[in-house]
Design a protein around this ligand. Structure first.
Ligand code: CDP
Ligand code: MG
Length: 153
């Protein structure tokens, strides 16, 4: 089982798309093991987007991501990090394939609705940035035996 950190970004909350997009992750069989509405501070933005903090476009990203509440969540599932990234599609909504979340809902390079960790190291780092261990509530869904065969671990 893998865990990945997702953010429903401020554009997603403002456009009232959190429920519809969360439903896609639930439909896929991913397990929500933590979730909260919160505001990202400039300091948290710089930590989260450390790899981009020196880029020319970073100030506009920080203004966007701190400009309204986000919903942070942890999704759990087999190969969840890759699976969720593929469900999002390419960064730029204008280039993301139809059928992906960004391809279906976003027409922007910046306002692309959802963030997801891009690898195991990023997932561990980002989960620790957004959640304390007592905020994470792992559980075995009762439907688990109907989501995959018992030898598919
Ligand atoms: O989110 P993803 O990993 O697909 O993209 P990224 O290249 O790591 O960039 C992080 C975020 O910065 C994107 O999701 C966009 O919201 C934003 N961005 C931007 O505002 N302007 C750019 N030229 C590129 C990305
Ligand atoms: Mg990225």
């Amino acid at each position: 089982m893998e865990r990945t950190l997702i953010l429903f970004k401020p554009d997603c909350v403002q456009r009232r798309l959190v429920g519809r997009i969360l439903a896609r992750f639930e439909d896929k069989g991913l397990n929500v093991v933590a979730m909260k509405l919160m505001r990202i501070t400039p300091e948290l933005s710089k930590q989260h987007y450390a790899e981009h903090a020196a880029k020319g476009w970073y100030p506009t990203l920080e203004k966007f991501i701190t400009g309204g509440p986000v919903v942070a969540a942890i999704l759990e599932g087999l190969e969840a990090i890759r699976v969720v990234r593929e469900m999002l599609g390419a960064t730029n909504g204008l280039k993301a394939a139809p059928g992906t979340i960004r391809g279906d809902f976003s027409s922007s390079r910046q306002m692309n609705l959802v963030h997801a960790s891009d690898g195991p190291e990023a997932a561990a780092r980002e989960i620790a940035l957004y959640f304390r261990s007592e905020e994470i509530c792992g559980y075995e869904p009762t439907i688990a035996t109907w989501l995959r065969a018992s030898d598919e671990s």
